[in-house]
Design a protein around this ligand. Structure first.
Ligand code: V55
Ligand code: FE
Length: 495
């Protein structure tokens, strides 16, 4: 080992894990794993391999810069097996060979060691997706990496046989459940802070079927997207980038709360002259939840926060950020007419469906791109926070798992007690014929004071009853980002 990690990275349960390996047949300490569950839960985890060597380590580097590690749970026949393995990105291999950190701050090539100039900086650390029989792990600053769903070996950066020439690829592409097509994009596609967007459609086998290059109105984060049967939607977040700021040692992103929200709308097979950039009143555009069309209008459901949703790791122009937990968000529905004679959207085009105060919503995948009723999301109830024996607040991100019934307006939560925090859950339908939303929620639950993690399985429509299975993990699971469920028909048996 080289040096120690800086103190800011070694606070409690989220200090780097740096571990690769497997645990065969996890211990069920309560209840039983439903025998009908068959699939793979995968989660992307930023997990820095070497301590950063930087005079000015940015918070975004600490929170989102780490090397991508794939955490996987193979669930079948009432048993759960576990594996975790780093993505062998170009960056990972270079640093491993050097036995030290060579890449600097989050999306800042100017802070890198000179020896890695021009090399891929991506860590593939944000989300996994499965398409065309292939599993990918991606971060929006580079290409996606293909991963073997059994061994978690890295197959390589995915270019679709050389068709993908964008430098970047979103971690949140969308699969059309009717056609199996993958709609995807890369922003900053010609290099960091460029306004270029590469839009791609791949057929169900993963072959490139359509490509269009666009220019965004501003240089800002486009973290997620949405599709309807006819349109692709690009929500631009109020988090901007600037090459001069980066060159001067500033952060890649700053929050600009007074800028409009932009929604780019492009026909799914559209060309550059067909894109429309709609402008809406300020708001922090979070992840999309669902979208479809009704009477020729686009309905776009997403989570929108009333302030800096990336606080405290992203600051405003003055270098300020509100304390964690002070920004609230809601599920909102935008109604967008692609053929409208104005580019302006007002609040009359938006309805607030539910106050949420959470992120990373999941719906029943069988109801994507059509009207839906049930949403599942980890949420924070700030009235239920707690302190440790020294009176210090216990850091929790989401202290409840919540179910929103958008038809009745009823919300149900499971609160596992103070000092426990959820990671991104997955929803799994109970079976092919189950009613919408009837199935299981599976989530990692971290207990920071005990530096311990467990895997919990709940009946999705009866969250307050608590887990029907609780599995003890013999390893600490530092906070990861997005989790995804892949049906067992698409993944091999492990053992
Ligand atoms: C996010 C995470 C990222 C990133 C951009 O959760 C946005 C939001 C883990 O990296 O690069
Ligand atoms: Fe995301």
């Amino acid at each position: 080992m080289t040096k120690a990690f800086p103190a800011i990275m070694t606070q409690g349960i989220d200090e780097p894990c740096r571990f690769e390996g497997e645990v065969f047949d996890l211990e069920v300490v309560e209840g039983a794993v439903p025998p009908e569950l068959d699939g793979l839960l995968v989660q992307a985890v930023p997990d820095q391999t070497f301590p950063p060597e930087l005079a000015n380590l940015h918070l975004m580097t600490v929170a989102a810069g780490g090397d991508g590690s794939v955490r996987a749970f193979r669930i079948k026949d009432g048993h759960v097996d576990f594996r975790t393995r780093y993505v062998r990105t170009e960056r990972f291999m270079l640093e491993r060979a050097a036995r030290r950190s060579l890449f600097g701050n989050y999306r800042d090539p100017f802070s890198d060691d000179a020896s890695v100039a021009g090399k891929s900086r991506t860590t593939a650390n944000t989300a996994l997706f499965f398409h065309g029989g292939r599993l990918f792990s991606a971060k929006e600053d580079g290409l996606a990496y293909q991963i073997d769903p059994a061994t978690l070996d890295t197959i390589g950066a995915w270019t679709a046989d050389g068709a993908i020439t964008s430098q970047t690829f979103t971690a949140h592409p969308k699969i059309d459940p009717f056609t199996g097509e993958l709609c995807a994009f890369g922003y900053a596609a010609k290099g960091e802070t460029t306004r270029d967007i590469a839009y791609y459609v791949f057929d169900a086998s993963g072959m490139l079927a359509h490509e269009t290059w666009l220019e965004a109105p501003i240089s800002a984060m486009i973290h997620d997207c949405a599709i309807t049967p006819n349109y692709m939607i690009f929500p631009i977040m109020p988090v901007t980038s600037d090459l001069d700021r980066l060159r001067a040692g500033g952060p890649h992103f700053i929050y600009e709360g007074d800028m409009p929200q932009y929604f780019g709308v492009l026909p799914r097979r559209g060309s550059v002259d067909e894109v429309r950039w709609f402008r809406a009143p300020p708001g922090f555009t979070g992840h999309t939840v669902n979208s479809w069309e009704e009477d020729g209008k686009i309905l776009l459901d997403l989570l929108e926060a009333d302030g800096n949703g990336f606080a405290p790791v992203v600051s405003d122009r003055e270098g300020q950020a509100p304390p964690p937990g002070s920004v609230r968000n809601a599920l909102v529905r935008w109604r967008i007419d692609y053929h409208a004679n104005t580019d302006e959207l007002g609040h009359e085009h938006r309805s607030i469906l539910a106050q949420v105060n959470g992120e990373g919503a999941h719906i029943d995948p069988r109801y994507e791109m059509r009207p839906y009723r049930h949403m599942f999301v980890p949420t924070l109830d700030p009235s239920k926070l707690t302190t440790d024996v020294n009176g210090r607040p216990v850091p929790v991100m989401f202290n409840q798992l919540s179910h929103f019934d958008l038809e009745t307006g009823i919300r149900n939560d499971w609160f596992p007690g103070p000092a426990a925090t959820f990671q991104d859950p997955v929803f799994v339908p109970r079976g092919p014929d189950a009613a919408e939303g009837d199935g299981f929620l599976i989530a990692l639950l971290n207990r920071p004071l005990e530096r311990r993690s467990e895997l919990v399985i709940l009946n999705s429509l009866d969250l307050p009853a608590g887990p029907i299975a609780r599995l003890n993990l013999p390893l600490r699971m530092r906070l990861g980002i997005h989790a995804t469920w892949i049906d067992g028909a698409n993944v091999p048996e492990w053992f």
